[in-house]
Design a protein around this ligand. Structure first.
Ligand code: TYD
Ligand code: MG
Length: 446
């Protein structure tokens, strides 16, 4: 019996059903079913060729010789370079710098290594303009303005590049599939074909993917579970800094983050992010605190600012950039009740510099310090950094990786680090254990 050719797959939850419906029977979201091709019918057990299982202990471990591209920080995020035969997805908002990073990777390969750059978004002229800006001669890079995946693969098989780049997966198309490019069926089928090509040819394949408004790459999970690695390029597009983060990596740790800066000549690596995020700090102004946050496997110090000013509104404003606004509301309440910092008639603004988004609770303490500093008009002592979660009774609670944060503070020459009492073991010099907000203000404010 021939297999059914198509099924309707929910964009939200991945549920598959043979018939279209206005509402997904599984997760209940509306208008989320899209037609998608399913591969051939099932075989009976009798027809299958006999494949012997292999003892795991007998499997040879392979040392992947990774393809390097001259950007050490980015290579670190990729787990040490590109693995031959792997399919990696680089996701991010439109305009964040994916194409820029991809062409820089292409340019950084060893001399003599060739790259096939498939662009469905930009013409070769536009690519040339970008390359000029990046001062890339591009002799090893061949561009192909083609969106049909079979033709792309045919071209790649003929050219045998050392790296295939597809920018972007949303513009890729498989001809014998009815739906429009960018639909989930097209994206998935295109990625499937590229995956097969990567595995068969041992060429690493990089694909760019725009993140949809919901924060997913072209319909959730479908692509992410298919590819070998998923990296996101994040950041505030108005600010210069970008974070390249791994969310999945079959060939390396997912705990890696690289800080990049968008300059006039492309993305530059920032090997020492702490010094960048503290570089414009004005130590004498009240309201500027230094937080120590963990991004991936490294500690980064970053300036957190607060401004408290008497409100002219009936309902005072609480505005946070780079910090959770619900958490700010809570912090204002805790400060009023537990630390005598009454803010009911004050507007409170909090800003994390450099466009970073800090979502871990460890930044509570520096945020509280910055607010108190601004409210009281007293600056924070210049060599003070802090980390710790604030609880509802005003206590400073412990957070993970305290030691790593302290090391970073010492490396950056911060003489005093306010830390949660429960993390103090008395051995580290410079660490001042604080039990609650009042103790923290006592130790931190000038
Ligand atoms: P781009 O790589 O085209 O983004 P994406 O492929 O993710 O959509 O980058 C777009 C932005 O980067 C654009 O607004 C211009 C800026 N840019 C620079 O600031 N400097 C540069 O050298 C380049 C090439 C781009
Ligand atoms: Mg692009």
């Amino acid at each position: 019996m021939p297999g059914r050719r198509t099924a309707f797959v929910c964009r939200e939850c991945g549920h598959s059903t043979p018939k279209w419906a206005g509402r997904c029977p599984d997760c209940g979201s509306w208008d989320s079913l899209q037609e998608s091709r399913v591969s051939g019918g099932s075989r009976g057990a009798g027809d299958a060729a006999l494949i012997e299982p292999v003892r795991l202990g007998d499997v040879q471990s392979i040392d992947y010789s990774r393809v390097r591209f001259g950007l050490p920080e980015v290579e670190r995020v990729f787990g040490g370079g590109l693995v031959p035969g792997s399919l990696c997805l680089l996701g991010g908002d439109p305009g964040i710098g994916k194409s820029t990073l991809l062409i820089q990777i292409a340019n950084g390969l060893r001399d003599g290594d060739s790259v096939l750059y498939v662009s469905g978004e930009e013409s070769p002229h536009q690519l040339r303009l970008r390359a000029n800006r990046l001062d890339i001669a591009g002799r090893n890079i061949s561009v192909l303005p083609e969106v049909e995946v079979d033709s792309v693969i045919a071209a790649a098989e003929k050219m045998r590049p050392n790296l295939l780049i597809v920018d972007s997966i949303q513009t890729a198309r498989v001809d014998d599939l009815g739906s429009v490019p960018g639909s989930m069926a097209q994206v998935r089928e295109s990625a499937n074909k590229l995956l097969r090509y990567a595995k068969e040819s041992h060429v690493p394949v990089l694909i760019a993917g725009h993140v949809t408004k919901e924060g997913n790459i072209a319909g959730p999970r479908t692509l992410e579970h298919l590819v070998d690695a998923v990296m996101y390029l994040e950041g505030e597009s108005r600010s210069a800094y970008r974070l390249l983060r791994t969310v999945k990596n079959r060939f390396g740790s997912t705990n890696e983050v690289a800080v990049l800066a968008m300059t006039g000549t492309g993305l530059a690596e920032v090997p020492n992010p702490s010094s960048v995020f503290l570089s414009e700090r004005s130590e004498s102004a009240p309201g500027s605190a230094v937080a120590i946050t963990i991004e991936g496997s490294r500690a980064i110090m970053v300036e957190v600012q607060a401004l408290v000013s008497r409100t002219v509104y009936s309902l005072p404003k609480r505005l946070a950039t780079g910090y959770d606004s619900n958490r700010l509301t809570m912090m204002v309440a805790v400060l009023g009740k537990r630390a005598g910092a009454s803010l009911f008639d004050q507007d409170v603004y909090v800003n994390v510099v450099g466009g970073l988004r800090l979502s871990e609770p460890a930044v509570d303490l520096p945020v509280a310090l910055a607010i108190a500093s601004s409210l009281r008009g007293r600056r924070i002592k210049p060599d003070v950094a802090a980390f710790g979660e604030i609880g509802l009774v005003g206590e400073v609670r412990s957070v993970s990786q305290g030691e790593r944060r302290l090391e970073e503070a010492i490396r950056m020459n911060f003489g005093t680090c306010l830390i949660p009492k429960s993390l103090a073991d008395g051995s580290t010099n410079g660490a001042v254990a604080v039990h609650d907000l009042n103790e923290a203000f006592e130790a931190g404010l000038d």
